[in-house]
Write a protein that binds this ligand. Structure first.
Ligand SMILES: [Zn+2]
Length: 657
């Protein structure tokens, strides 16, 4: 099979560009964010996060590792984990999207600066890794289970895809070609029969194959996928499910093991299925998505219920306090769902992307773009300590955003996602334009027959639910404008030509010969709403969450009586929630346990008013001990400083008078 090389053009600059599919993603040259919730985050990413990441990698010696290989001064005391090279490549990917998006000369200079150091470290045969294969290091590919060599290369290829699609062939792309060729020679059909313990090479190779038009890279990705799941890697104490080597991906029923590994592998499986017309593989992935999203995914879209292996739990195992929900798993989930959407056109996938963007990706970076959440629990029991901006966090969890981590995969993953975000907002098909995510933006594209589709999206979503799509260029013949109506949006309406009509969740379509100045207005209901969990999620049985639009809300202890207010809080699910700015209010009260020195008693917890020790709370209490509990978007939790927090709120079970 041959595929046509994809011409470098900023217009087509997207992270994922399948050769075929019902819809085609619009690129960074076709969609420009012009502000709003995501525009602000993208600007902060460009202005602060990219340089922040580079300075930390310099400080910790992760960049100097490349110099040591080039200079022949490697030794066993190399700083950083075996995957630290990948952080440099993810930063390069983010810089490439940013330079392609804006032409920013600072980003361009950083790409050249970093590429030069990386290129010097490449061995003559194309092998490129700073942790293996040189003096004082383990031999190449001697620890496929945990060594991350091919994982690193996969991220190099994704960086090169970003560069190729935004700027064309350059030194970074040439380095990547030599590295990819080395992988194909070493692990091809006649080569070593191994795979990498951390999937990523597969998704990197598949997209690099698309971007370069070299099908052998896609074929190598297919080989890696098919080799996996047969006990190809050595067993480890966590078991082979940890790296998805327990069951072939075509036969797997659900995502399991390390969440980021499972999701990167799945993203590659969609790519290979699409490029090979492999419907069996595509259907297998769709089945895994359905069961995993139903039973192994948090209300935030977060994935990963266990800390010990950063992994998925069993079905319905979704403890809010022990949620891992790594930021990278959120990014990887978006990678999978976007590929599935491009392969099927199904809006369920773009619905999950919205949920994950607002409640995992947006939760990670601090407003200044210089600190990050790694784990994203739904219940923080004790306030973290204020993070020291000059300190490396040794742990993934902690309750406050950290400047950097010993394992610092998440900041660069957020950076590359925000820089490329315009590539996830809209698609076209032969008949029109589909808008999936709502942000103020300008869209300038053409249909395959040359008809222009040019619209400006005006909205302050999710502050409000009004999305105004204004046509910027007329067309002589009809085309179809499609707008995603999220699954939660019961009561949405659309207004066109002065007429308003209700619309159902799914894809709303308006077809006509649009004229410049035509406006279609989608109104999404933003009143906060209660959301109840499936009773099989026993960890949150008897609780409700409050959502507003795409945002999950949470309660923070700093808004409640201390000490212990958040621990004992129960809420009234019979009234409200009421709108409160960008959040909500619910009625809550604080019953207390009457036991002393023992957490169990034969009697129901007593109402607040009967407890002298909590008398200070009476100031807050209205009749019956009820008071208003403010809820704020989960993504902004701990923005005001250390706090405990919970998303799932226990429902008051007291008998009503
Ligand atoms: Zn991570």
């Amino acid at each position: 099979m041959t595929i046509t090389p994809q011409a470098p053009a900023a217009a087509r600059a997207v992270p994922v560009l399948p050769t075929s599919g019902p819809v085609r993603p619009l690129g960074l040259g076709q969609v420009s964010l012009t502000g709003g919730f995501w525009g602000v985050r993208q600007s902060v990413n460009a202005a602060a996060t990219l340089a922040h990441c580079e300075s930390w990698m310099e400080r910790l010696g992760w960049l100097a590792n490349f110099d040591r290989v080039a200079d022949g001064t490697t030794s066993p005391d190399r700083p950083g984990w075996s995957f630290s090279d990948s952080e440099v490549y993810k930063l390069l990917e983010a810089l490439a999207w940013e330079a392609g998006r804006t032409g920013d000369q600072g980003a361009e200079a950083a790409i050249k600066r970093l590429t030069a150091r990386v290129a010097r470290a490449q061995d003559p045969d194309g092998y490129l890794n700073t942790c293996f294969g040189h003096a004082g290091q383990q031999p190449r590919y001697s620890d496929l289970e945990m060594g991350h060599e091919l994982y690193n290369t996969g991220h190099l290829l994704q960086a090169a895809v970003a560069r190729l699609r935004t700027a064309g062939e350059d030194d970074l792309v040439r380095v990547a070609r030599r590295a990819a060729d080395h992988v194909c020679r070493t692990f091809g059909a006649d080569g070593l029969p191994g795979i990498c313990g951390h999937p990523e090479i597969e998704v990197g190779l598949a997209e690099f194959g698309r971007a370069t038009g070299e099908d052998r890279y896609v074929e190598q990705a297919r080989l890696f996928l098919d080799r996996r799941g047969h006990g190809t890697l050595r067993d480890i104490p966590l078991g082979r499910a940890y790296f998805q080597d327990d069951v072939p991906i075509r036969r797997a029923e659900v995502w399991r093991g390390h969440a980021v590994r499972a999701l990167y592998l799945t993203a590659a499986a969609v790519d290979v299925a699409v490029e090979r017309g492999d419907d069996e593989l595509l259907r297998a992935v769709q089945r895994q998505w359905e069961r995993s999203v139903e039973r192994r995914t948090y209300i935030t879209g977060g994935m990963g219920s266990r800390h010990q292996d950063e992994g998925f739990g069993e079905d319905w195992e979704l403890p809010p306090d022990r949620a891992y929900c790594e930021t990278c798993a959120g990014v990887a989930s978006i990678m999978v769902s976007w590929r599935l959407h491009l392969a099927t056109g199904d809006v369920r996938y773009t619905d999950l992307i919205e949920r994950t963007l607002y409640n995992v990706v947006a939760a990670s970076p601090s407003p200044d773009g210089r600190a990050f959440f790694y784990a994203n629990p739904l219940h923080q029991r004790s306030p973290g300590r204020p993070a020291d901006p000059s300190e490396v966090s040794p742990r993934a969890e902690g309750g406050t955003r950290a400047a950097w981590f010993e394992v610092s995969c998440c900041p660069t993953n957020v950076a590359r996602t925000l820089a490329a975000l315009a590539g996830y907002l809209a698609t076209t098909d032969d008949d029109g334009l589909q808008i999936h995510q709502y942000a103020p933006c300008a869209i300038r594209a053409e249909l395959p027959d040359g008809r222009p589709v040019a619209v400006d999206v005006e909205t302050d979503y999710p502050a409000s639910g009004t999305v105004r799509v204004r046509v910027a260029a007329g067309a002589s013949s009809p085309w179809t404008l499609s707008l995603r109506v999220p699954a939660w949006a019961d009561g949405a309406t659309v207004t066109e030509d002065g007429r308003t009509r209700p619309v159902e969740p799914g894809m709303l379509t308006v077809r006509r010969a649009f004229q410049a100045g035509d406006v279609v207005v989608l109104d999404l209901p933003m009143r906060p709403r209660l959301t109840w969990p499936d009773p099989r999620i026993d960890a949150v049985r008897g609780c409700v969450a409050v959502e507003r639009g795409p945002e999950v809300l949470c309660a923070e202890s700093r808004d409640l009586p201390e000490p212990g207010g958040l621990d004992a809080l129960v809420v009234d699910a019979g009234t409200g929630p009421e709108p409160d700015g960008g959040g909500a209010r619910v009625r809550g009260r604080i019953p207390a346990h009457t036991g002393r020195g023992w957490a169990y008693a034969p009697a129901r917890p007593a109402p607040l008013a009967e407890l002298a020790e909590l008398a200070e709370l009476a100031e807050l209490a209205e009749e019956g001990g009820w008071f208003d509990v403010p809820l704020r978007p989960y993504h902004s939790w701990a923005h005001r400083g250390p706090t405990s927090m919970r998303v799932w709120l226990p429902v008051d079970g007291a008998p009503r008078p």
